[in-house]
Design a protein around this ligand. Structure first.
Ligand code: GLA
Length: 381
C-alpha cells in the first residue's frame, strides 16, 4: 500500500511527503452504549488507512483517494465543502481542527485503506483519526488525544450526518497493540486490558451486506434513548444518560414512553452492565462467561434494539450450533459482521461451515477476518 501511495504522490505532486496511519476497530462488547454515557470495550485492528501528506503553501487541500481513484480539491472555509462523501471526512477534520484553534493551511495528500467498507469496523474513524493526528502534528496544533478523537466524532455529526458516539474515534486514536480498552464514555476514564485469550481466537465473519438508511436508523435509536432518559430524569434528576438509570426506574416510566423507546432503553441498561460483567470475567480468564454475554448482546441487539438483520441472525445461530463460545453482531449493525470468540480446535470447522451454509442461503460467501489487535493513530517512519 505504501509503495502505491508513494508512486501516486510523486506522479501527482512531483515530490515526497510524510506518512501517517490509523486503524479500524473491533469492539468486544458494549454496543450503542457510548452515546448513552456507558462503557465500551474496543481495540484497534491491523486494518486501517494510510496517508502521505505534504504542506503545499496554498490555502487549498488537494486529495487523491487511491481506492476511489478520484481527485478532489477544496478550500478550508465552511462553504468549500466537497460533494464527494469520502472527501467530506477530510474536509470535516480540517474544519473541526480549525474550530479548535488549529492553524491549518493547504496540503497535498494521497491515501488508501484496507479496512473493509461497511463491515462495521469503522473505516470512517480510521480516516478521520489519520488526518486529525497528521494535521495536529504537521501544523503543530497541540491538541490532545481526547480532542483528536472528538474532532473525528464532530466530523461525523457536522459533515456526515451521523450522530455517533465516541467509541470508534477513541479506539482509532488510543489503540495499542495487544490491548483492548475499556472506556467509560461519561467520564472518559479508560483502562488498557492486555488481550491474549489462551486457547481462543477472535474472528470476524462479514456478511458483506449493508442496509440502506443505516445512518438515519442509527440516529433514531439515539433519539429513542434520549427520550427514555429524559422521562426517567423527571423522577431521578441524577440521570444524565441512560447509563445512570436502573431497570426499576425505566419500569416507572413504562406507560409514559412508547413501547419502542422502552425496548431500546432496556437493551442499553442491560448492555452497560454486560460490559462490566465481561471485564470481571476477563480478569478471571473466564471466557465462557465472556462468550455467554456476547450471545446476550446479540439477542438484545436483534430483538430489543432491532439493529440486526436476517444475515447476521443466521450467522449468530450458526455460531451457536457450531459450539462457538461467543458471537454477536458488531458495531452499529444493519449489516456488517459478527464478532466470534472461538476455541482454537473449532476454528476450522466453524469457518468452513459458515462459508458453506451462508452461501447456500444467501448466494455469496461471507468474508473472514482474523482479529489482530494493533496500534491506533501514528506517524510512520
Ligand atoms: C457506530 C458508532 C459508534 C457506536 C457504534 C455502536 O460504530 O460510530 O459510536 O455507537 O456504532 O456501538
Amino acid at each position: 500500500m505504501k509503495t502505491k501511495i508513494t508512486e501516486k504522490f510523486r506522479t501527482l505532486f512531483g515530490e515526497d511527503g510524510e506518512f501517517f496511519a490509523s486503524a479500524g476497530r473491533i469492539n468486544l462488547i458494549g454496543e450503542h452504549t457510548d452515546y448513552n454515557g456507558g462503557y465500551v470495550f474496543p481495540g484497534a485492528v491491523d486494518k486501517g488507512i494510510m496517508a502521505e501528506i505534504k504542506l503545499n503553501g496554498t490555502d487549498k487541500v488537494r486529495v487523491y483517494s487511491l481506492d476511489m481513484d478520484e481527485y478532489v480539491e477544496f478550500g478550508l472555509n465552511e462553504e468549500d465543502a466537497p460533494s464527494q462523501s469520502w472527501a467530506r471526512y477530510i474536509f470535516g477534520v480540517c474544519r473541526e481542527t480549525i474550530k479548535r484553534g488549529g492553524k491549518i493551511a493547504g496540503f497535498n495528500t494521497v491515501f488508501a485503506g484496507d479496512v473493509p467498507l461497511g463491515a462495521g469496523m469503522s473505516s470512517s474513524a480510521a480516516l478521520e483519526s489519520t488526518y486529525a493526528f497528521a494535521l495536529n502534528y504537521l501544523f503543530d496544533c497541540h491538541i490532545d488525544k481526547f480532542e483528536l478523537a472528538r474532532i473525528g466524532q464532530s466530523t461525523e455529526h457536522n459533515y456526515c450526518g451521523v450522530k455517533c458516539g465516541i467509541m470508534d474515534q477513541f479506539a482509532s486514536v488510543f489503540g495499542k497493540a495487544g490491548n483492548l480498552i475499556r472506556l467509560d464514555c461519561k467520564t472518559m476514564d479508560y483502562k488498557y486490558f492486555p488481550f491474549h485469550p489462551e486457547g481462543y481466537k477472535l474472528v470476524l465473519v462479514d456478511s458483506v451486506v449493508k442496509h440502506e438508511l443505516a445512518s438515519s436508523a442509527y440516529n433514531k435509536r439515539r433519539e429513542s434513548c434520549e427520550r427514555a432518559a429524559a422521562a426517567i430524569r423527571k423522577n431521578h434528576p441524577e440521570v444524565e444518560f441512560l447509563r445512570d438509570a436502573r431497570m426499576e426506574w425505566l419500569e416507572e416510566v413504562k406507560d409514559v414512553i412508547s413501547g419502542e423507546d422502552y425496548m431500546r432503553a432496556e437493551y442499553v441498561i442491560e448492555e452497560v452492565q454486560r460490559v462490566l460483567d465481561v471485564c470481571d470475567a476477563l480478569e478471571r480468564d473466564d471466557y465462557e462467561t465472556v462468550g455467554r454475554k456476547m450471545y446476550e448482546t446479540h439477542y438484545g441487539m436483534s430483538r430489543l434494539y432491532e439493529v440486526s438483520c436476517e444475515e447476521l441472525d443466521f450467522l449468530n445461530d450458526l455460531a451457536k450450533e457450531c459450539g462457538v463460545t461467543g458471537s454477536r453482531v458488531m458495531g452499529g449493525g444493519f449489516g456488517g459482521c459478527t464478532i466470534n470468540l472461538v476455541k482454537n480446535e473449532l476454528y476450522d470447522s466453524f469457518i468452513a461451515k459458515a462459508k458453506q451454509a451462508f452461501s447456500e442461503k444467501f448466494g455469496h460467501e461471507p468474508k473472514i477476518y482474523d482479529v489482530v489487535i494493533s496500534d491506533g493513530a501514528r506517524k510512520l517512519q
